[in-house]
Design a protein around this ligand. Sequence first.
Ligand SMILES: [Zn+2]
Length: 318
Amino acid sequence: MRESIYNNHDIEAAKIIDDFLPDKLFDAHMHITHLDSLYDGRKSFDDYYDDIKLFAKNREVRCNGIVYPDDSLKIPAELAKSHSFLVEELNKHPQNVGEIIVFPSDTVCDIEARLLHPNIKGLKCYCFYAECEDKYEATIDEYLPESAWEVSGKRKMPITLHLVKKECLAHPDNLNYIIKMAKKYPDAVLILAHAARAFATWTVFGTVDKLVDLENVWFDFSAICETPAILYIIKKVGVSRCMWGTDYPVATILGKPISLGNTFAWLNEGNFPNGFPLRHIFTEEFMAMRELSILADFDKSQIEDIFYNNAVKLFVCK
Ligand SMILES: [Zn+2]
């Protein structure tokens, strides 16, 4: 077991978080990987359980383990290793589910050939795999194939989508695509990761409104460390399609992303003088969820829904 990453500021916050957390947690967005080189070798569900222990204590914790979308997975042999690792991990931890990678050129057969374990319950696309020059400005259909929607609809298997483009949900190409495809495939489910990647808070204001009636569009709040965007989503969409997540192992970084100017910035030790009381993203995410529950007047059952029941409904009981 590696040394704990946490400092005294995390440990102090963990006491406050402990009073608020429900008895059971289901992390809707965390990553596992066969690669040794990422995040100080954090790869497996066991690594995750070690790192979340400060907060989870003896609570039941289940996860959706999304294969980490590394660039190297374009190489078929690396992709196969990555998916074999997921299968091994799901065998070791049958309480958990996982998501496989889909590529822009995939057919339905390509995707179904990767469903190697009954607990593989979702599909993950990522902009790195788009063919275009500027991956972070890719349109969704350049990295999410329509075949994924077909598989999602047929098997009730959610697609986790990390939006790109500077304006995220406020870019009409993104918003119009989501509306069009969610209507075309009503049995498919789309999860907009990181609250529709609302690190720049303004991008969801006035835009999430257009998704309110689309019952098959969900949100995970992973890596979001501030409350305005997630509070806005809750006010518009309600609790039933929103889920807590950590984006582990990203959650083990010190600092947090903040909305800044018309964009966002990831703050870390480099932005502050020595000794500044920074905490890890894990801590900041939990604190943001606690603030959200206070601001939105959540009752106990709504906290249980967002931290556990909604994810079970989506990933396990279909
Ligand atoms: Zn992620």
